[in-house]
Design a protein around this ligand. Structure first.
Ligand code: SAH
Length: 242
């Protein structure tokens, strides 16, 4: 009671949902989330009390979940992947001073960088950075600056939100920025619909990635100078002399 659990549900299949996530959802009196995630969860938890909200109503959704918890309920608020990575966990904490009676718990989930990496092979076997191309909450200049820094540092780059309906060409723009520093032969990977129907992955080069159409369920990986293809998989070596 008086508890809000901020829960990462993983990429979208039950196999990649943690037991802690399942227990959190089972123990909740109500589950809040973005409509597509709630649609995904409904068949697995048919007797739950679900509250769905659309995109761009995140503050409202978090306040509603915190408000119900303040009334004495145990509430779950779900994000895909991990709730702390481009999810709702930080916003819940930012709003929490308005709801002093509520205890908050974050339940970790498998983020797209990790579930996607497993499909590609082992692309994040060394230092890597995660960046979102969505400029809804972050100015594009900041995104550009961070992309350049990741490329200059030769980190493996993992790109979330590479495109959406409103910004179909952002992946191309991001590629053009890193191509100022990285060669077009750099090994890259693209994963789509992880844990869902039509799950797929492809290995390509930075030059070809530029012309790849991504959507909202695509995660992109740009390798470092050592990344190579072994047995059809994208591998970033740790440095062993194998
Ligand atoms: N909290 C989520 C990320 C939300 S941002 C997590 O930890 O995974 C949304 C972006 O995550 C998408 O645009 C895509 O880049 C990535 N993503 C989330 N789920 C995905 C899936 N099932 N398949 C491929 N990419 C996914």
């Amino acid at each position: 009671m008086n508890k809000l659990m901020v829960v990462g549900i993983g990429p979208g299949n039950t196999a990649n949902m943690t037991e802690a996530c399942r227990n959190a959802l089972l123990s909740a009196d109500a589950v809040f989330g973005y409509t597509p995630y709630i649609q995904l969860l409904k068949p697995w938890f048919p007797h739950k009390n679900f509250f769905e909200t659309g995109m761009k109503s995140e503050i409202e959704r978090c306040r509603a979940a915190l408000g119900l918890a303040a009334e004495g309920k145990t509430v779950a608020l779900v994000s895909s992947g991990d709730a702390g990575i481009y999810g709702m966990a930080s916003l819940v904490y930012e709003l929490s001073p308005e709801f002093p009676s509520v205890t908050i718990e974050v339940v970790p989930g498998i983020t797209a960088a990790i579930s996607g990496a497993a499909l590609l092979g082992s692309p994040v076997g060394h230092d890597f950075g995660v960046i979102s191309l969505s400029d809804l909450l972050t100015p594009w200049e900041v995104i550009e600056k961070r992309l350049r820094a990741l490329a200059a540092g030769d980190l493996v780059i993992c790109i979330y939100n590479p495109a959406s309906y409103g910004r179909p060409d952002y992946l191309k723009r991001a590629c053009d920025i890193v191509l100022e520093i990285l060669p077009s032969s750099r090994i890259c990977g693209v994963v789509r619909n992880i844990g869902r129907n039509e799950e797929s992955y492809a290995i390509t080069t930075l030059g070809s990635l530029r012309n790849t159409q991504a959507d909202m369920l695509t995660t992109v990986f740009i390798g470092n100078a050592k990344t190579r293809v072994i047995n059809g998989k994208m591998i970033t070596p740790r440095g062993y002399n194998a």
